[in-house]
Design a protein around this ligand. Structure first.
Ligand code: PLP
Length: 284
């Protein structure tokens, strides 16, 4: 079945969907995006994802080309037209097409909107969850507003490639003080040596992950002690457990950081409990 993309008001074949060469997304990475998981044809955590999209737009003084109701409709329609049961839906908005000039284009410039959807093989995710994955650490090299979900992802691209070349699933960025910020496309968590769940508090250094935000109340419900505090690489290596979160994957256990075995070297029980609670609560 040919894939369909939504591009600026039209559903077009994915293979031929296009934006202009002077689109500011292409010229300057002057754009924002969102990614929602789809399970059983339903969008997961749609509300918080759309709230974050609005926030990203506001922080960059960009406007959305469509209202929230229209965007929801387009996301659903793109999922439907691509017959995605389990997968991902992407929304990308750029500041539009204008003659190349770093400063903002005129206020009338229409933002660009692209929505795509694709199926994912859940078995692959289940296999990762069963075995756990490795992460490697690299120095933080991103800009100072990582809380904005911008399409400017060059440092994240290099970090992911670094992980792949090291045989790892993810790279963890480490700030100048030795604290882990987050992964190239995931938030970072440990269960520290004292048994407390740790993750970096929100701020400009990390993306306010929607999955992260949804996991926090689950910790309280499950009686898991939480300490929203940054952790160092050394603390991660001494941790009982580590895991990462993202909309695409939920909760994924980590078994090694820089080739140092975490805990028993097998996926830990807290990651498993949270992962299960996350997907169960999404389907209620
Ligand atoms: N951190 C970064 C840098 C990301 O790109 C992502 C997801 O793309 C996340 C964290 C996880 O966020 P979410 O749970 O909203 O997918």
């Amino acid at each position: 079945m040919p894939r369909i993309a939504y591009v600026n008001g039209r559903y077009v074949p994915h293979a031929t969907g296009q934006v202009h060469i002077e689109d500011r997304g292409f010229q300057f990475a002057d754009g924002v995006y969102e990614v929602c998981a789809v399970r059983g044809g339903q969008l997961i955590d749609e509300e918080p994802h759309l709230r974050r999209l609005d926030r990203s737009l506001n922080e960059l003084r960009m406007r959305s080309p469509v209202g929230s109701a229209a965007l929801r409709h387009v996301m659903r329609e793109t999922v439907r037209r691509n017959r995605v049961a389990d997968g991902l839906v992407y929304v990308q908005i750029s500041r539009g097409v204008a003659p190349r000039d770093h400063g903002f284009p005129s206020a009338e410039t229409e933002p660009t909107l692209v929505v795509t959807a694709r199926s994912i093989a859940l078995e692959k995710y289940a296999a990762w969850a069963a075995t756990g994955v490795k992460v490697v650490t690299i120095p933080e090299s991103r800009w100072a507003r990582c809380d904005i979900k911008s399409t400017a992802l060059l440092a994240n691209v290099l970090a992911k490639q670094h992980a792949r070349e090291k045989g790892a699933f993810e790279s963890w960025f480490v700030d100048r003080d030795g604290f882990v910020t987050e992964g190239a496309s995931t938030n970072a968590w440990i269960v520290d040596a004292a048994g407390k769940l740790r993750t970096r508090p929100l701020g400009h250094a990390i993306l306010p992950g929607i999955t992260r935000g949804e996991i926090l109340p689950l910790c309280r419900q499950l009686g898991i002690e939480l300490d929203e505090r940054a952790f160092t690489v050394e603390e991660a290596k001494a941790a009982r457990e580590a895991f990462l979160t993202a909309a695409s994957i939920g909760v994924l256990p980590i078994t090694a950081v820089d080739d140092c075995k975490i805990g028993t070297g097998r996926p830990g029980p807290i990651a498993a409990r949270l992962g299960e609670a996350y997907w169960t609560s999404r389907s209620e």
